[in-house]
Structure formats: C-alpha cells, structure tokens
Design a protein around this ligand. Structure first.
Ligand code: S3P
Length: 429
C-alpha cells in the first residue's frame, strides 16, 4: 500500500475506537457472569471479534445489533465443549486469558492461533497454572501453541511472584484463581494494566490490591453488567504523536481511556516538552479528551516502572523521539521482543530504512533526534502497531514514496485507521 506522505498540517477531532483490553475482558466476564451484559463502544476489530467468536463456539449466546453487544452469561462453569480447536487469530490477550478460564472448565480443549501466536511464549502462563494443578501442554513438548488443556482439574490456590511484568499473565492467573478453593496471592514485578481487577469488582466480585500484591478468593460468582468501553489510548497514541510532529497541527481526541495504568505516554510527551492537554475528565469511567499541537520536543530517557504503562506505545514513541532534539534512550523493555513481532528489531529496521538513526539494544532502543525521513519500502511484519507507526512516520516524508507491505495488519486493533487519518488530513478548519 502506498502511504500518505508530505502532509503539511493535521487538524480536527476524532473519537478513537474502543479499548482492546477492556473489550476482550467484557466478553469474558459477560460470559462467566449470570445474567445479561450489554457492551457499548465494543472494539469491532479482528482481535476482539476472535474473542467473541470463541465464546460463541463455547455455547454463549452473544447478539450484536450493530451498536450494543449483548452477552447472555452462563455462569463460571457454564461454557460448553467446543466442537473444534479454538483459534485466537493474532490475539495474545485472548489465548493467555483463555488458558486461565479454560483451566476451570470440565472439558478438554485445544487453543491455537496464527503464525505469530505460534511463536509467542506461553510458559509464563503454563508454569504457574501447572503449580495450581492444571494439566496443560504446548505443541510437541514446547511452550508454543497449539496449547492443550485437560478439563476437570481440582485447582489449588497459589502464592506467586510474577517473573515478568505482564497483565496477560496476571489476568490468566486471576481467572484460574476464581476456580480454586481458597485464597491466591499474586505479587507483580511492576504494576501493569488493571482492567481485570477493575472488572472483577464491577461484576460484583471481590479482590484486594495493595501496591504490587493482589489477593483473591476462589469460588466467586459474577452478575451481568452494562459496560461502556472507553476509547483506546493505544490507538489514540498514533494521532497524539502525529499532532505533535506534523507542523501546523492541532488534534482533539475525545473519550480516550485514562486508566492510570495506561497513561505513560502522556507523561513522556510532557517530559519531552510536547503541547498536550487533558480535559473533560470523567473519573468514574476513567476517560477524557486529549488535545495535542505541533511541538518543539527534547529527547528523554524512558525506563523502569513506566514501561508497563506504555508498553504498546513504544513503537510510536520511538518515532516521536526521531523528531526531538537530542537522544532518547528506552530501557527495560525486553518484553517488546516477544510481542506480535520483535518490536525492538522492527522499529529500528523499518525507521532506519526511512532515514532515522536508531540502535537496537537487548532491552530497548537508542534513538537519535532531528531525523529527516525519506521514502522507501517498509513492512509491518504483520504487526498492527508497527504498520500504523510507519504511516505516521510517512506523513513527514517529503522526498519519495513510502510503500507499506502487510498494511492489512492494522485491522487487528484499528480497522478504520486510514479513514480516520483522512479526516484529519482533509479537515483544515
Ligand atoms: C494486554 C497486556 C499487554 C499488552 C497487550 C494487551 C492485556 O501485554 O501488550 O497488548 O490486555 O492484558 P503483556 O501483559 O503481556 O505485557
């Protein structure tokens, strides 16, 4: 696909699509609850539609009237044995959280996904699940999908210190702990996104969170709820950066999710001197409006406990750093090596093809500022966030065309990404 290049200004306002993490979880909790759950502003993108399809395949009635998704929950152990292998597509959140949910059901099941999923590490979930008494295996003695789970296990609570900062692992173990007799204690390596904990309470359950320590009792039941999914800050991030680096720009993003566990990018933009303002904050729904405008930026260091608060935004933050004055160093982000693709390598290789100077390190990136970007052929590697980042980079290219291979990957989280960008290019008011 030939990308938009040489854009002189971006103006206008957008409401970004629903949050991916919250959309997945709303289907999962809705299915495990008793009664009806109504979900508004659900993200209709490949990843979340795969979650929806899988719960239908396990007998949950889910209706979609084009606006609201209605899930008719069947209780904690109410899933039915699917007739075939469950296929999560590209979605790491779906496969990892499902492992915790399926550990508590009474049937044997196999889960797989696309070629990227089949290379992603699953021992991080399987090892603690085995400690809880679950019989779970990867493909041919590896840790990789297809993953087979034996049903009917008697699940024991655990005390477990997570070796990786991962909301997916934490959430899988929280789901499994709901089927245990007794109390589970999890200690996080760093605080990660807390949507599962928030939803446990929202659906009428109990969970105790003290800093990095989480305590949760088994044998809980949930009641169906009305959920309004806020806009995804990880999708908003592409336009936040576009508004900062394209000259003569001002972009307003409405109804963006502002969970404190996800707003690391706002802190980084402020540290770099970017013009960013958060207004109309709705504290209950954790959402608000973010406005950005073209800015003079300075390089920064990004490391430590902020990393899980912006883990999915690092590709687009790397692009931001190429337009700052001075160097930006990103550390402690080794998790990027095992995302949809190796994002450390992908960011460095593809932005360098466009003229940036980025050195990959084992756990991050060293990015030189003041880069002048130029045309080339680049690839998303089938990774949605790499694809969208490269389109934002292309906006700055004055010399030559930018051709993006595997552009269709954006539909994993943001099917209307290119159309939404068009609105900002053409709306010059
Ligand atoms: C997610 C958690 C993060 C994130 C992913 C979604 C979630 O992964 O990268 O896009 O919904 O729990 P890890 O928790 O494995 O870092």
């Amino acid at each position: 696909m030939k990308l938009k290049t040489n854009i002189k200004s971006l103006k206008g306002s957008l409401s970004v699509p629903g949050d991916k993490s919250i959309s997945h979880r709303s289907i999962m909790f809705g299915s495990l609850a008793q009664g009806t759950t109504r979900i508004s502003h659900f993200l209709r993108a490949d990843d979340c539609l795969d979650t929806l399809k899988i719960f239908r395949e396990m007998g949950i009635k889910i209706e979609d009237d084009g606006q609201v998704i209605t899930v008719h929950g069947n209780g904690m152990k109410g899933l039915k044995n699917p007739e075939k292998v469950l296929d999560v597509g590209n979605s790491g959140t779906t496969i990892r959280l499902l492992m915790g949910i399926l550990a508590g059901q009474d049937f044997d099941v196999t889960i797989t996904g696309d070629s990227s999923i089949q290379k992603r590490p699953m021992n991080r979930v399987m090892l603690p699940l085995r400690e809880m008494g679950v019989s779970i295996e990867g493909n041919q003695d590896t840790e990789f999908p297809p993953i087979s789970i034996k049903g009917g296990a008697s699940i024991s609570p655990i005390q477990y210190q997570l070796p990786v900062a991962s909301a997916q692992v934490k959430s899988a173990l929280l789901f499994a702990s709901l089927f245990a007799d007794g109390e589970t204690t999890l200690i996080e390596k760093e605080n990660t996104r807390n949507h599962t904990e928030v939803m446990i309470k929202q659906f009428g359950g109990e969970i105790e969170v003290n800093g990095k320590e989480i305590k949760i009792k088994g044998n809980q039941t949930f009641t169906g709820q009305d959920i309004v999914v806020p806009g995804d800050i990880s999708s908003a991030a592409f336009f936040l950066v576009a508004g900062l680096i394209v000259p003569n720009s001002r972009i307003v993003l409405k109804n963006v999710g502002l969970s404190q566990t996800r707003t690391g990018i706002i802190d980084v933009i402020k540290n770099m001197g970017g013009n960013i303002e958060v207004t109309d904050v709705d504290k209950i729904n954790e959402s608000g409006t973010i406005t950005v405008s073209s800015s003079e930026l300075v390089g920064t260091e990004i490391s430590g406990d902020i990393i899980p608060r912006l883990i999915d935004e690092i590709p687009i933050i790397a692009l931001l750093a190429t337009q700052a004055t001075g160097q930006t160093v990103i550390k402690d982000a080794e998790e990027l090596r095992v995302k949809e693709t190796d994002r450390i390598k992908a960011v460095a290789d593809e932005l360098n093809k466009l003229g940036a100077t980025i050195t990959p390190t084992e756990d991050g990136l060293i990015i030189e500022g003041n880069a002048t970007l130029k045309g080339n052929t680049v690839t998303s590697y089938g990774d949605h966030r790499i694809g969208m980042m490269l389109q934002i980079a292309a906006l700055l290219v004055e010399d030559g065309d930018v051709i993006l291979e595997k552009s269709e990957a954006v539909s994993v989280s943001y099917p209307n990404f290119f159309d939404d960008l068009d609105v900002l290019v053409s709306d010059k008011k």
